[in-house]
Design a protein around this ligand. Structure first.
Ligand code: GLC
Length: 573
């Protein structure tokens, strides 16, 4: 049982900042959680996750403190890019269930106060989508629904074949243009050839996407994660041609997406206007239908200036926020100073201007935390993102420290992102409790018998319980008061130890993590002459900590064992 430290001296009270927590939008410090539907929970035993499976696990998300779950695409799709290639924007893929299952999911989420966000993938559809078929056939209203262009003339090396309209490369490598025999033109695809890009200069394409938003909002969702926003528009010359992009010098491989400097195909100014149009639509929707604000989060691996633009401006707001992926670039060599630099990147620019912060630390497109930053620092990183002001974004499985499964392979060739997409580890039964079947679409991690939710629920210092402990702290006044001047502080105390301080009138928390593999001593972290503020209580400790919850810490000097993470707290009443 934790001892409570009651420090009632008036001096101490005066030393704390006094805040009245400003009215916050629910999303401003929401704990967000990404569900990868194929891998979360399989209800029908076919080895692929589904909606009924997700519904059966929503209580778990509530229990671990999640505000809103965003679902990677669940729409009808040939699954060439596992749902990011949508063939029917108005229906659920049968692999995942049907619209009734979706309605049941929403009803359950509402009954427990959990918000649901859907992935909105407007940049492209599947080539199997009826809109694309119509566009190929130049059906009235669909002639320009996609980005079509004539070739640049006959390719001297391939007689009878046309040269593509520009040298642009797709994000997955290779040319971004594919010839369509029937239409006798090229179509643009910033991703796979099976993912043709919509043309948002076309009225019908724009109007159709508003219908899609409305369709899902009407089914009760709380907003959208908008996919691939940098790719919406490409610069089109007045004469209808496209300009080649210059070589970047970053790689000599002409097929790599890094080969060119994407001056005309990424982060074009029109993108912001399009998102602002959607923002106006969802804001009106909230006004007309009441209820909590419907939100738009946006996915862009773009420079900060572009991310700044994606917020829009006061008269034309665009995304509620673009995701901040900067922490994803930390690696096994990164130390506390690198972490501080990354946090500064956002706080010194975007926070200053928009008073908005969010921290993505994993997703279905990148290796898991342990594999990227180091297995010994998984809990520390979770602690940091949950302690920083704003919204943490957790990818399913990171709360129990799931690892990549290096030999996971879904196809021939394997998708390079398969290792981080393996089935969720619920317990130690068949297929980690993910599925009744022992054949799952990707293999279950070998360590699942000793690393799963059930086991971790019973271990006081498990990753899951650290995660839950941090979520609980997020509900305290000290964490809630994050928009006021002085409500938080962060920084590297030396090369390896990173500290975050959160406080309010009568509460202070210090989160300290040692990212390195040596014993570290930091301090004094208090006034060493007036030592009345030097004592705090251990509130949370990682598994390797020699301390117990309830122990007293003396801030004049704090020792952290290798990779130890701690939360110290002090309350005055
Ligand atoms: C986004 C998705 C990724 C997908 C791509 C194309 O980046 O996160 O998984 O492949 O868009 O839709």
């Amino acid at each position: 049982m934790a001892k409570k430290v009651l420090l009632c001296s008036i001096v101490i009270v005066l030393n704390f900042f006094s805040f009245s927590a400003a009215e916050l939008g629910w999303w401003e410090d929401a704990s967000l959680y990404q569900i990868y539907p194929r891998s979360f929970k399989d209800n029908d035993g076919d080895g692929v996750g589904d909606l009924k499976g997700i519904t059966s696990k929503l209580d778990y998300l509530k229990d671990i403190g999640i505000t809103a779950a965003w679902l990677s695409p669940i729409y009808k799709s040939p699954m060439s890019d596992f749902g990011y290639d949508i063939s029917d924007f108005y229906d659920i893929d049968p692999l995942y269930g049907n619209l009734d299952d979706f309605d049941a999911l929403i009803a359950k989420a509402k009954s427990i106060g959990l918000k649901i966000i859907l992935d909105f993938v407007p940049n492209h559809s599947s080539d199997e989508c009826i809109w694309f078929q119509k566009s190929v056939n130049r059906t009235e209203g669909y002639e320009n629904f996609y980005v079509w262009a004539d070739g640049r003339g006959e390719d001297p090396e391939n007689p009878g074949k046309q040269l593509p309209p520009s040298n642009w490369t797709s994000d997955f490598g290779g040319t971004a243009w594919t010839w369509n025999d029937q239409r006798q033109q090229f179509f643009l695809h910033q991703f796979q050839p099976k993912q043709p890009d919509l043309n948002f200069r076309d009225e019908n394409a724009r109007a159709t996407m508003l219908n899609v938003l409305k369709f899902w909002l009407d089914r009760g969702i709380d907003g959208f994660r908008i996919d691939a926003i940098p790719y919406f528009f490409e610069t089109l010359n007045e004469n209808g041609t496209y300009t080649d992009e210059p070589v970047s010098g970053e790689t000599s491989d002409p097929n790599s997406n890094k080969y060119l400097k994407h001056l005309y195909t990424r982060d074009q100014p029109e993108n912001v206007g399009l998102i602002a149009e959607w923002r106006q639509f969802v804001d009106n929707y909230t006004r007309e239908h009441g209820g909590d604000e419907r939100i738009l989060f946006a996915e862009a691996y773009s420079p900060l200036e572009a991310l700044d633009n994606y917020f829009g401006n006061e008269t034309h707001p665009a995304a509620h926020f673009p995701f901040n992926f900067d922490l994803m670039y930390l690696n096994k060599d990164s130390n506390a100073r690198d972490l501080e630099d990354k946090v500064n990147n956002w706080m010194d620019t975007i926070w200053k201007k928009h008073k908005s912060a969010n921290w993505v630390i994993g997703n279905h497109d990148n290796p898991r935390i342990g594999d990227r930053i180091g297995k010994d620092n998984k809990d520390n990183i979770n602690m940091v993102v949950l302690a920083l002001p704003g919204s943490p974004v957790t990818y399913n499985g990171e709360e129990i420290g799931m690892d990549d499964v290096p030999d996971a392979c879904s196809n021939d060739p394997c998708d390079f992102r398969d290792p981080e997409r393996t089935p969720f580890q619920w317990d130690n039964t068949t297929s980690a409790g993910f599925s009744d079947s022992n054949k799952t679409w990707l293999p279950v991690a070998k360590d699942y018998k000793c690393n799963n939710v059930k086991i971790q629920q019973g271990q006081e210092r498990s990753s899951l319980n650290i995660y839950k402990g941090m979520q609980k702290l997020k509900t305290t006044a000290a964490f809630k008061a994050f928009k006021e001047e002085g409500a938080w502080k962060y920084g590297a105390l030396n090369d390896q130890v990173f500290q975050i301080i959160r406080n309010n009138t009568n509460e202070e928390y210090r989160i300290l993590v040692n990212l390195g593999s040596d014993l570290e001593t930091v301090g004094p972290l208090c006034n060493s002459i007036d030592t009345s503020l030097c004592f705090m209580e251990y509130k949370l400790v990682t598994k390797n900590s020699p301390h117990n919850i309830g122990d007293l810490a003396n801030l004049t000097s704090i020792q952290l064992t290798p990779h130890e993470g701690i939360v110290l707290g002090r309350t005055t009443e």
